[in-house]
Design a protein around this ligand. Sequence first.
Ligand SMILES: [Zn+2]
Length: 57
Amino acid sequence: MKGTCPICDNQFNFQDDLEVSEIITCQECGSRLVVVSLEKNKVDLEEAPQVEEDWGE
Ligand SMILES: [Zn+2]
Protein backbone atom coordinates (compact mmCIF):
# COMPACT_ATOMS: atom_id res chain seq x y z
CA MET A 1 0.00 0.00 0.00
CA LYS A 2 1.20 3.45 -0.79
CA GLY A 3 0.67 6.82 0.80
CA THR A 4 2.05 10.31 0.59
CA CYS A 5 3.16 12.56 3.41
CA PRO A 6 0.82 15.59 3.42
CA ILE A 7 3.65 17.75 4.71
CA CYS A 8 6.56 16.98 2.41
CA ASP A 9 5.07 14.70 -0.28
CA ASN A 10 7.36 11.87 0.67
CA GLN A 11 6.10 8.54 -0.69
CA PHE A 12 5.58 5.69 1.73
CA ASN A 13 5.28 1.99 1.18
CA PHE A 14 3.23 0.34 3.91
CA GLN A 15 2.78 -3.24 4.89
CA ASP A 16 -0.63 -4.76 4.38
CA ASP A 17 -1.36 -4.97 8.09
CA LEU A 18 -1.51 -1.19 8.50
CA GLU A 19 -4.62 -0.07 10.38
CA VAL A 20 -6.71 3.08 10.52
CA SER A 21 -5.66 5.47 13.30
CA GLU A 22 -2.18 4.02 13.37
CA ILE A 23 0.48 6.66 13.96
CA ILE A 24 3.55 6.70 11.78
CA THR A 25 6.48 9.06 11.51
CA CYS A 26 7.65 10.46 8.23
CA GLN A 27 11.32 9.73 7.90
CA GLU A 28 11.73 12.60 5.52
CA CYS A 29 10.33 15.51 7.53
CA GLY A 30 9.83 13.88 10.94
CA SER A 31 6.11 14.67 11.05
CA ARG A 32 3.80 12.43 13.03
CA LEU A 33 1.08 11.21 10.73
CA VAL A 34 -2.13 9.33 11.42
CA VAL A 35 -3.78 6.89 9.04
CA VAL A 36 -7.25 8.31 8.41
CA SER A 37 -8.45 5.84 5.83
CA LEU A 38 -7.36 2.82 3.87
CA GLU A 39 -8.51 2.14 0.39
CA LYS A 40 -7.54 -0.77 -1.79
CA ASN A 41 -4.07 0.34 -2.53
CA LYS A 42 -3.95 3.83 -1.15
CA VAL A 43 -3.37 5.16 2.35
CA ASP A 44 -4.79 8.52 3.37
CA LEU A 45 -2.61 10.34 5.90
CA GLU A 46 -3.07 13.44 7.99
CA GLU A 47 -0.82 15.24 10.39
CA ALA A 48 -1.33 13.69 13.82
CA PRO A 49 -2.43 15.87 16.72
CA GLN A 50 0.42 16.79 18.97
CA VAL A 51 0.61 14.70 22.09
CA GLU A 52 3.07 14.44 24.89
CA GLU A 53 5.35 11.54 24.25
CA ASP A 54 6.13 9.50 27.30
CA TRP A 55 8.00 6.45 26.27
CA GLY A 56 10.15 6.34 29.38
CA GLU A 57 13.79 5.54 29.12
ZN1 LIG B 1 7.02 14.14 5.44
